[in-house]
Design a protein around this ligand. Structure first.
Ligand SMILES: *[C@@H]1O[C@H](CO)[C@@H](O)[C@H](O)[C@H]1NC(C)=O
Ligand SMILES: *[C@@H]1O[C@H](CO)[C@@H](O)[C@H](O)[C@H]1NC(C)=O
Ligand SMILES: *[C@@H]1O[C@H](CO)[C@@H](O)[C@H](O)[C@H]1NC(C)=O
Length: 280
């Protein structure tokens, strides 16, 4: 009864979160490369990308977005995945001045932990890597990875836990902040030139094909083909609730960073003798 009531509300109130799990792949996404390296399950509500020596694969959203709360449930390839990169990200059109927000899973030899890297590019400039270990095995089951992007902040979430906050400090101190319309994308590719132990640990192709699974193809985002005002408070992810972490999220965020963070560019004094302006 209660469930039915909630469903009705979602239909009636415009701008409520879409039920990402209900959407089929083709409504919002299409294969951008490696279209012979994908398989669909659960009536197109699950996509499996595969990678072998001939190709990896990737998909992208049909539309571009100017703000949103983008999410994807992902199951990383199992067994030995050294050199294999599974990515979920948003990116503006290709080019030297592009903006981008990334989750990248850096595979590893069997039994060694998979690293989750995040990065933010503005006007073609990245080098804002943070890397954490996960508190679960990302190859064992699906977990939800989300990127909130509104005029106030970018927050990367693993399930309900914020692991990274990138504040909009363009006005307060001139820091860079992504502003260009972005396509939501995911891919599985060979990153063994850099991904594992700085590129020293290579992909073992005897474990191919590597397979990553994706679910949750609904998109909570402001389509830039419909409006230029993606900062509008009409979108729930732009509401004051999402301008900063709440007390509970802040506590989880601090605990995760304390326990699981292995690299933070904001603290890398070799690379940045002075911390970049967006750093806390
Ligand atoms: C960043 O914040 C400033 C000041 O509040 C605002 O004017 C600007 O639109 C924001 N940038 C984005 C991309 O939303
Ligand atoms: C790749 O994995 C196979 C199977 O475990 C193993 O026999 C082989 O030595 C590995 N190759 C490399 C280069 O590690
Ligand atoms: C955006 O435009 C498309 C095509 O006109 C329409 O189907 C869709 O409902 C619009 N979305 C929003 C949020 O206005």
């Amino acid at each position: 009864m209660a469930e039915r009531f909630v469903l009705v509300l979602v239909l009636v109130i415009g701008g409520s979160p879409v039920n990402a799990n209900a959407e089929t792949f083709g409504k919002n996404y299409y294969m951008t490369w490696g279209s012979d390296h994908v398989a669909f399950f659960d009536r197109n509500r699950e996509a499996q990308l595969s990678m072998d020596l001939s190709s990896g694969a990737g998909f992208g959203s049909r539309f571009r977005y100017g703000s949103g709360f983008f999410g994807m449930k992902i199951k990383h390839p199992g067994r030995d995945s050294a050199g294999v990169v599974t990515a979920f990200y948003t990116a503006s059109d290709d080019g030297e001045m592009h903006d981008e927000m990334d989750f990248e899973f850096l595979g590893n030899r069997e039994g060694k932990p998979i690293t989750l890297q995040t990065n933010v590019f503005v006007n073609g400039v990245g080098s804002r890597e943070q890397r954490i270990y996960l508190w679960f095995d990302p190859t064992a089951s699906f977990h939800l990875y989300r990127i909130l992007w509104n005029p106030h902040q970018i927050v990367f979430y693993v399930d309900e836990i914020p692991i990274r906050v990138f504040k909009n400090k363009t006005v307060s101190n001139g820091a860079a902040y992504p502003v260009q319309p972005m396509q939501v994308q995911a891919s599985l590719w060979n990153g063994d030139s850099w991904a594992t132990d700085g590129g020293q640990t290579k992909t073992n192709w005897s474990y191919a094909p590597f397979e990553a699974r994706f679910r949750g193809f609904g998109i909570n985002g402001c389509r830039t083909d419909n409006t230029s005002n993606c900062g509008s408070l009409d979108y729930w992810w732009n509401s004051p609730k999402h301008w900063q972490l709440d007390a509970n999220e802040q506590a989880q965020y601090e605990a995760v960073r304390k326990k699981y963070m292995m690299y933070d560019y904001c603290k890398d004094r070799t690379k940045y003798p002075t911390p970049p302006p967006e750093c806390p």
